[in-house]
Design a protein around this ligand. Structure first.
Ligand code: NAD
Length: 499
């Protein structure tokens, strides 16, 4: 029997009432194992009403107590790590080790917000004017919402709800309909950690739920992560409704390889960053730009056997380098883009399109593909492929090489491999991209720094986690105060200067 997933409202799981569902697959077998309810606006309204009721008391809970919920939550996440990784990987397709990493990256944001008493503290100036003191405080927005993608069903929901809740907000999470089981379990564990019912609600759904969030008058701030067209849509509609919105989109991340780089290290880095999680990461390296013909020829020679030997397997195969793609539609799309690359004249050095996994013939598997001689006018260069496909774009000089990431529409992440400090420094300074790695292929900042891209990879202001997240989920109020002993006689008609 197919398991049914509803919503998590008012501290408990509830069945969906809309009558609409989406199938949830195990991508390793290609079978439908669950179906998830797709909420209608009435169900969303019930969740928001529950959040509204719970928010005032939660905001009035002192920050030490809010922090203690997260201390306990971190322990619970660690205790349940294997169960969480299994839930995640079975619906997503990534390997269990990779799934643990997904949960750990979210858990680290929960650890970060354990410092909320310090992070949310205000500022105070004594004697800002005659008898005048001035102070500012960070108050929660009220109700926040998060709309998340399929590729990090643990980390990205926690990026959003951990700081939002720690700041005293209530929260509505709308996870991806492709892998909803983990976010539901994350909510359940937060209740076990001591979060009052209603403070975090999970509403599963599709566009109808998202539009309901974008239009709901009680929701003050929205965080979105997903593809660029939807990020742009969420940003436009949400801000038109006077909400604070941060919306993070797609990516095409380049690695520049200088002739002085250690090519063994480069090949290892490209293998992990290009093909890990079947390339379904917004920080995956999908374009390698070796500088000089000799560097490129040597790199291709090194990569060829390594890509050929990549080990693909079901999510629970301990020896697999990566698992299947998330859905049959994603599988078809990625294969179609590889076909397109051949038509466009790129050299397909390794072809992983027809890979079939023995014993898992209906799984959405594809092995690694390696393209050489890709050029900037090709669709496979412009598009975010989001699959196990690495493209090599050859450049003659460093100056030519950096023009590729500089001129690409996306600006999420990038990396340079070199032994030369001057080149690395110049690259870090000039590149118009949000996250930069120097001899680090996937430069995802840790929880106490902030995560976010530039250009079409991000709309709105303020990044995920770090101190930006505290700013995003709070509003500043500044109070100017004077007691009667400091008040001068007589009306003041000019703008107060406090001198
Ligand atoms: P997606 O845009 O299809 O879906 C993201 C969310 O939007 C989901 O919750 C989905 O239900 C909802 N959605 C989908 N279509 C919608 C519509 N028409 N109207 C309203 N809501 C809609 O993205 P995905 O396929 O789940 O995730 C992959 C994408 O996310 C990639 O482009 C990847 O680069 C990007 N991503 C970006 C980052 C980042 O930080 N920049 C991180 C992870 C993933």
């Amino acid at each position: 029997m197919v398991v049914e997933i509803g919503h998590f409202i008012d501290g408990k799981r509830v069945a969906g009432t809309s009558g609409r569902f989406s199938d949830v697959y195990n991508p390793s077998t290609g079978e439908v194992e669950k179906r998830v309810s797709l909420a209608n606006v009435e169900e969303l309204n019930t969740a928001v009403a529950s959040a509204k009721k719970a928010q005032t008391a939660w905001a009035a809970t002192n920050p030490q107590r809010r922090a203690r919920v997260f201390f306990k939550y971190v322990n619970l996440l660690n205790e349940h790590m294997d169960e969480l990784a299994e839930l995640l990987a079975r619906e997503h397709g990534k390997t269990l080790d990779d799934a643990r990493g997904d949960v750990i990256r979210g858990l680290e944001v929960c650890e970060f917000v354990c410092g909320i008493p310090h992070l949310q503290k205000g500022d105070y100036t004594e004697g800002a004017g005659p008898g005048i003191d001035m102070y500012s405080m960070r108050q929660p927005v009220g109700i926040g919402a998060g709309i998340t993608p399929f590729n990090f069903p643990g980390m990205i929901p926690m990026w959003m709800f951990a700081p939002a809740l720690a700041c005293g907000n209530a929260f509505i999470l709308k996870p991806s309909e492709r892998d909803p089981s983990l976010p539901m379990r994350l909510a359940e564990l937060l209740i076990e950690a001591g979060l009052p019912a209603g403070v975090l609600n999970v509403v599963n759904g599709d566009k109808e739920a998202v539009d309901g969030i974008l239009d709901h008058e009680d929701i003050g701030a929205i965080s979105f992560v997903g593809s660029t067209p939807i990020a742009q849509y969420v940003y436009s509609r949400g801000t038109a409704n006077a909400k604070r919105v941060q919306a993070f989109g797609g990516a095409k991340n380049h690695m520049i390889i200088m002739p002085d780089a250690d090519l063994d290290q480069v090949a290892d880095a490209l293998l992990g960053a290009g093909f890990g999680s079947a390339g379904e990461r917004c920080m995956a390296i999908s374009v390698a730009v070796p500088v000089g013909k000799e560097t490129a020829d040597r790199l291709v020679q090194k990569l060829k056997p390594m890509v050929e030997k990549l080990r693909v397997g079901p999510y629970n195969d301990k020896d697999a380098d990566f698992g299947p793609l998330v859905s049959s539609a994603a599988h078809e799309r990625v294969k179609g883009l590889v076909d397109r690359g051949i038509e466009e004249g790129a050299d397909l050095v390794i072809d992983g399109r027809d890979f079939r996994m023995q014993g898992y013939e209906n799984g959405f598997f594809m092995s690694g593909c390696l393209f050489d001689n890709v050029t900037a006018d090709m669709d496979i260069y412009k598009a975010e492929i989001f699959g196990p496909v690495l493209s090599i774009v050859r450049a003659e000089t460093y100056e030519e090489a950096i023009q590729y990431p500089m001129n690409h529409m996306y600006g999420n992440g990038t990396a340079i491999y070199t032994r030369d400090g001057d080149t690395a420094r110049d690259f870090a300074s000039r590149i118009n991209i949000g996250m930069v790695g120097i001899n680090v292929p996937i430069p995802v900042p840790l929880a106490y720094h902030t995560f976010g891209g530039w250009k079409s990879s991000s709309f709105g202001d303020l990044n995920q986690h770090g101190t930006d997240s505290i700013k995003f989920w709070t509003r500043t109020k500044t109070i100017t105060s004077r007691w009667p002993s400091g008040v001068k006689e007589g009306a003041e008609f000019s703008i107060p200067t406090m001198d």
